[in-house]
Design a binder for this molecule. Structure first.
Ligand code: SF4
Ligand code: SF4
Length: 130
């Protein structure tokens, strides 16, 4: 029985998609140089599903500075900038629970489809939303 399953697996195509090279770190220059020369191909990214919880997007123009998002955030991701009456989010701490999105009265916060957030520096500009 187990050998039958093993054999089937050998003949089945993988269900996962190769990591899309367009998101690879800049250090992977060898591969990208090959792509430029036409010697290698980029794998197109797989679309994410509806309702996907990616990086929280912030529309600062809509934000009224009510601070409700700060109150509900369980991970203390969000801080208030009193001089501007706007917020700053430290994405490295975020658990993507989306409670801030649900509570925002003006729809200034939303779930984006951005999920490739690995970084060596938790305070890098890519991980701070303001
Ligand atoms: S998604 Fe959750 S953890 Fe992340 S900022 Fe919003 S409330 Fe905080
Ligand atoms: S809940 Fe919405 S409007 Fe209020 S501070 Fe947060 S982002 Fe701004």
């Amino acid at each position: 029985m187990i050998f039958k399953a093993l054999f089937q697996q050998l003949l089945t195509k993988p269900v996962t998609n190769c990591f899309p090279a367009k998101y690879m770190p800049k250090s992977v220059v060898g591969f990208l140089a090959k792509v430029e020369k036409g010697e290698a191909k980029l794998t197109p990214p797989v679309p994410v599903t509806e309702g996907f919880r990616g990086r929280i997007a912030y529309d600062r123009e809509k934000c009224i500075g009510c601070q409700l998002c700060i109150r509900v955030c369980p991970a203390r991701v969000i801080e208030f900038k009193p001089e501007e009456k706007k917020i700053r989010m430290y994405v490295a701490r975020c658990t993507y629970c989306a409670q801030c999105v649900d509570v925002c009265p003006v729809g200034a916060l939303s779930r984006s489809q951005d999920f490739l957030l690995a970084d060596y520096d938790r305070f890098s500009p890519d991980l701070i939303v303001e």
